[in-house]
Design a protein around this ligand. Structure first.
Ligand code: AR6
Length: 188
């Protein structure tokens, strides 16, 4: 299966996704919040917060896993993206790591399908085009290394985000096609 067939961008509500795991854009406390975090806790029910309390928080760029309770997804992977502070505080690398840490945990739990929201692009203020590019690259890089995860869905909450994440995915696919063309050309 081509990597491009294992990643998709959709416009939807993440809590309704029928996948093995959904990812939560949480904060360091893991004790809930607004945005997608609030929506996931509301849909999963109070047991999710009870389990989160036992986790002792989560550093930025890392991830922790809980059950999904009332969600269609069996698991919730809670990751913490960076707060945007202008770009000089390691934000790009932290965002890349948030996606990667989530996928590493997914692999450990034999998760085959996983849905991500746009981490850090809401309350945390990360510029959306830049965040979309990092999200797609992080997922793409991971899927080149690991073949047990066969469905990664980037779930966008509105049309603008959908357009930007779709373009980011197209760009990565085009760049890879170009690189392959170049390396085929140079091997002749
Ligand atoms: N499904 C999919 N995407 C959603 C949903 C949903 N149900 N609800 C919101 N979004 P944010 P952050 C989109 O602010 O920037 C929380 O309070 C939303 O439109 O949820 O990582 C945490 O506790 C936006 O595009 O996450 C942290 O304190 C994207 O999800 C803080 O916010 C992310 O927005 C984390 O901020």
């Amino acid at each position: 299966m081509e990597i491009s067939d294992r990643i998709s961008v959709i416009m939807d509500d993440i809590v309704t996704q029928r996948v093995d795991a959904i990812v939560n854009a949480a904060n360091n406390s893991l004790l809930g919040g607004g945005g997608v975090d609030g929506a996931i806790h509301q849909a999963a029910g109070p047991e999710l917060l009870e389990e989160c309390r036992k986790l002792g928080g989560c550093p930025t760029g890392e991830a922790k896993i809980t059950r999904g309770y009332n969600l269609p997804a069996k698991w919730v992977i809670h990751t913490v993206g960076p707060v945007w502070k202008g770009g000089m505080c390691d934000e790009d690398r932290m965002l890349y790591r948030a996606y990667r840490s989530s996928l590493e945990l997914a692999r450990q739990y034999q998760i085959r399908s996983i849905a991500f929201p746009g981490i850090s692009i809401g309350a945390y203020g990360f510029p959306i085009e830049r965040a979309a590019d990092i999200a797609v690259r992080s997922v793409w890089d991971f899927l080149t290394e690991v073949n047990t995860i066969n469905e990664v869905i980037l779930v966008c909450y509105n049309q603008r985000a959908f357009n930007i994440y779709s373009d980011a995915l197209k760009n990565v696919i085009n760049n890879i096609a170009l690189d392959q063309k170049r390396s085929n050309g140079s091997s002749k």
